[in-house]
Design a protein around this ligand. Structure first.
Ligand SMILES: Cc1cc2nc3c(=O)[nH]c(=O)nc-3n(C[C@H](O)[C@H](O)[C@H](O)COP(=O)(O)OP(=O)(O)OC[C@H]3O[C@@H](n4cnc5c(N)ncnc54)[C@H](O)[C@@H]3O)c2cc1C
Length: 353
């Protein structure tokens, strides 16, 4: 990493953010050359295509899980609706993983496992300004991250972001937060009220009372006019003009609220894997569970729900084949860290390592 307080150096790294800035303005930046975009949408589609081609794997798209219940024999009975044909079916499963984004909490509540009691969710939506001017897009080649405003949740760190979307360079700025009672982008306004149960009402109320900063931040964000949003953008791009940017709704996050002995309830900004004591079901809750943290979450999940299998030679060999550094501490091994970065950069065809 390189650190500088020299405006000329920052100008070389990201010229647009220095354009139009006052000469005496103090500025500091840290730069890391290594890194790349990952389009998790394409990655998911590629993985699904691979899975579809495997024998003994069946994938169902456009199916909704309506209910799930544990049978006396320990298996789970899942009620599914085909959203195209409207046909309803039942499926039996030995193990269930609930990875349904904002839909995870309602499904966890339906599973009725004791470990799932006391959890609640608080929805925060995300919006972005997307640049529409090709000339500006061409001039910025970096992901410039700042700091979250006081009282703002950590995932609201503003960034001016070059992204390659389906091979085309784009420039985004955000996120701006919004409020909706929906748990999924195309969910229902009743999602939040319907998620409130007897066992989570106290944690939810306590978390609300302790996070007035967040409430204030969200109210301010929701009330923002296009000019207010432009002002925020101008902190990063002083020459920005409203006509070159359009607002896009990006998605919905559901913050976890959980029971706390001392405080009644706390609002969490991270990810929470909730699993049953017998390891037969696990749910992934949280504001940013799925993308960049997906692999480490899944390793934790295997450790919780497939503990015995994971100790077998076969599973260990498979894990090491998939993740060569599995079980090793990269943070304490500079040589291995460098080798891994070089290997990853070679595979991903990133020039510098
Ligand atoms: C504005 C914004 C910016 C972000 N930026 C980043 C970033 O830069 N890096 C990063 O790592 N992460 C980022 N995230 C977070 C990341 O997008 C999510 O963590 C990730 O998409 C979660 O993946 P998921 O598969 O767990 O859930 P989702 O992507 O929400 O998918 C859940 C799926 O489950 C389906 N579903 C729900 N209920 C049911 C049901 N009952 N039956 C069947 N299907 C159901 C939904 O329809 C949906 O298709 C961002 C999120 C937002 C909102």
């Amino acid at each position: 990493m390189e650190y500088t307080e020299d405006t000329e150096v920052v100008k070389q790294w990201a010229p647009l953010i220095m354009d139009g800035r006052k000469k005496n303005e103090q500025i500091a930046a840290t730069r890391m050359d290594l890194g790349t975009d990952v389009n998790f949408g394409s990655l998911t589609r590629d993985m699904f295509n691979h899975l579809k081609a495997l024998p003994n794997v069946s994938l169902n798209f456009n199916h909704e899980i309506r209910d799930l219940k544990k049978n006396k024999d320990g298996n789970w009975i899942i009620k599914v609706k085909d959203l195209e044909t409207k046909e309803k079916r039942k499926r039996v499963a030995k193990f269930v993983f609930i990875g349904a984004g904002g839909g995870s909490l309602p499904l966890l509540e339906k599973s009725d496992i004791p470990e799932g009691k006391g959890f609640g969710g608080f929805p925060v939506s995300g919006q972005w300004l997307k640049c529409t001017n090709e000339e500006i897009i061409k001039q910025h080649h970096a992901k410039v991250y700042g700091k979250a405003a006081v009282g703002a949740p950590p995932m609201s760190v503003p960034h001016l972001d070059t992204r390659m979307i389906n091979g085309k360079q784009a420039l985004l700025f955000g996120p701006y937060a919004g409020f909706s009672t929906k748990f999924l982008k195309n969910g229902s306004f009743l999602d939040l009220p319907k998620s409130i149960k007897f066992n989570n009402i106290r944690p939810m109320l306590s978390a609300g009372l302790q996070n007035l900063d967040l409430t204030k931040y969200l109210i301010e964000q929701v009330r923002q006019s296009p000019e207010d949003r432009l002002e925020a953008l101008k902190e990063y791009l002083p020459t920005a003009q409203l006509k070159d940017w359009e607002l896009e709704y990006a998605g919905q996050r559901v913050q976890v609220i959980k029971k706390d002995e001392k405080k009644g309830g706390i609002l969490e900004f991270g990810t929470e894997v909730v699993s049953a004591g017998d390891g037969s079901i696990a749910a992934l809750l949280g504001a940013s569970p799925g993308a960049s943290t997906a692999v480490s979450i899944m390793i934790e999940l295997l450790d919780r729900c497939f503990k015995e299998d994971l100790t077998t030679e076969e599973w260990q060999a498979k894990m090491k084949e998939m993740i060569p550094t599995y079980g090793k501490e990269l943070a304490n091994d500079a040589k291995l860290c460098k080798e891994t970065r070089t290997r990853t950069s070679r595979i991903l065809e990133i020039e510098k390592a």
